[in-house]
Design a protein. Structure first.
Length: 493
């Protein structure tokens, strides 16, 4: 059983402060192996008679994390295919000298919204920014805005989180766990709320070989986590041992978030969506992305000659899922009728019959990149070699990455130019080190509920909200993947 814990962070800096107690939560007892029993706690849904668009018609929706990669696409999908939606409230934090209106304008000024601006520009007026901050008390929302949300919101999507693997352990717990606790409290006060949706990660329980669509026990008692952060919060070696089989503090924090949602959702109809590694969109527009994360950064580094060696096994699946598929499944799942008061979990992952390995994915991306002229000043790329042996990886990195970078930098010095290749190779190597748990471990994600959801969608909804990974044609997708990274992240035509 989880022990009682106290949330003891200051409002806006995430520093432990024993004088401030936000809440104590007594978390439930879990079964000893797989968490909530799939038969007892969840039932396979039956589809609504109405379409997904009809479900959202006239509704007012609140989204946290709307300025993030997934959040932007969620907004775009709602405005594009749910034309009769009433209002989209989006929590936006003021930062970098920009107020929320300026940040909203900047957020909409990306190619993702270009088609919407041409076809239905008035729909963008449905977005209402709500000033706030996940680190602050009550999400930093003013009393006036809070009343507006409580009186009007029908569906709430909680997507906000820090996803930077390099963030401190304290920040991960403060933003992800405390932010989720505040979001739940707000959701429970909403008078007309039909559905609360929490967007987690498929790797929140990746210390298990088989990950079912259930909620598992948290990895440790939470009071033990807070005590550890107080004493050893910045000790990387101790943190690695403390989080056990989980790959990083991000997934560790998400495991606690899911437990919190399960215990504290009250009477809200609640859904957890667990996407795996999120990659650029399949369509509208093809290949769109706005952040360097996981597979996107790794594959790009391969094509630019920065990464030629990966720690791991060539047969390990690269469990990617396009961002538009994630958002479409999330919208469809929220629109389904769920008479149960139990939390329903949807694993949003690649299909086991249509998936590529890390090795094959990197090779396909590289093959696509070789069809185009190499960008001047970049290293010559080579096919990726993978090994599960640390000494072999160190040797290959030195001979296949470090040495070519040093030689290229020597040539730059001879020309009187600033060397840059070694630094770039070292950055790429750091990224692959952060991902080595994902590239070396084969996980079995069970998708019974998600598969049923996709199989029972109407033909109309399958067209408007495609989310079935079986339909991905990898050769075509990798072309869009590569071109999207070049266009939207590297600004290469």
């Amino acid at each position: 059983m989880f022990k009682l814990f106290q949330c003891i962070f200051k409002d806006n800096c995430g520093v432990l402060n024993k004088n401030i107690v936000l809440k104590s939560i007594n978390v439930c007892t879990f079964s000893d192996k797989s968490g909530i029993n799939l038969r007892e706690k969840t039932s396979i849904n039956t589809p609504r008679a109405q379409s997904v668009a009809e479900y959202y018609a006239g509704k007012k929706v609140f989204i946290t994390g709307g300025t993030g990669f997934v959040g932007k696409v969620l907004i775009q999908r709602l405005l594009t295919n749910c034309k009769d939606i009433d209002t989209l409230y989006v929590l936006i934090r003021q930062k970098s000298g920009q107020n929320v209106q300026e940040r909203l304008k900047s957020m909409l000024n990306v190619p993702l919204f270009d088609n919407l601006k041409k076809v239905n520009p008035a729909s963008l007026n449905k977005i209402v920014p709500i000033p706030g901050d996940m680190m602050k008390s009550k999400l930093g929302i003013s009393l006036q805005d809070e009343d507006k949300l409580i009186d009007n919101v029908s569906v709430m999507f909680h997507s906000a989180a820090t996803v930077k693997f390099t963030d401190t352990f304290k920040t991960m717990i403060c933003v992800n766990l405390e932010g989720t606790a505040k979001a739940l409290e707000l959701g429970k006060r909403m008078k007309n709320l039909d559905t609360f949706v929490y967007i987690s990660t498929a790797f929140s329980n990746s210390d298990k070989a088989v990950i079912d669509e259930v909620i598992y026990p948290p990895p440790k008692p939470l009071d033990e986590v807070y005590k550890f952060i107080d004493k050893h919060g910045n000790d990387e070696e101790r943190i690695k041992k403390f989080i056990g089989g989980l790959p990083n503090t991000y997934t560790f924090s998400k495991a606690f978030c899911e437990s919190l949602v399960d215990k504290e959702h009250g009477n809200m109809r609640t859904i957890i969506v667990r996407p795996s590694i999120v990659t650029p969109s399949v369509q509208d527009p093809p290949g769109w992305c706005d952040s360097w994360v996981a597979a996107t950064a790794t594959f790009s580094d391969v094509s630019r000659g920065l990464t030629r060696v990966l720690y791991g096994r060539p047969d390990v699946p690269c469990n990617t899922i396009p961002v538009d598929y994630v958002c479409n499944l999330t919208l469809v799942a929220a629109a389904r009728q769920n008479p149960s008061k139990d939390v329903l979990v949807y694993n949003c992952c690649g299909d086991p019959d249509n998936i590529v390995t890390w090795k094959r994915g990197a090779d396909m991306y590289l093959e696509e990149s070789l069809k185009y002229d190499r960008v001047p000043g970049t290293l010559r790329p080579g096919k990726v070699v993978m090994s599960p042996h640390p000494l072999v990886v160190r040797y290959l990195r030195f001979t296949r990455q470090t040495v070519p970078a040093l030689l290229a930098d020597c040539w730059l010095r001879i020309q009187g130019k600033q060397p840059r290749h070694l630094k770039a190779v070292q950055r790429a190597a750091l990224l692959t080190t952060l991902l080595q748990s994902f590239t070396s471990t084969r996980l079995d994600f069970r998708t019974t509920r998600s598969r049923h959801l996709m199989d029972t969608m109407s033909e109309e909804d399958k067209v408007l909200f495609p989310c079935d990974p079986k339909t991905i044609i990898w050769k075509n997708y990798m072309k869009d993947f590569y071109c999207g990274v070049q266009k939207y992240l590297l600004n290469n035509k």
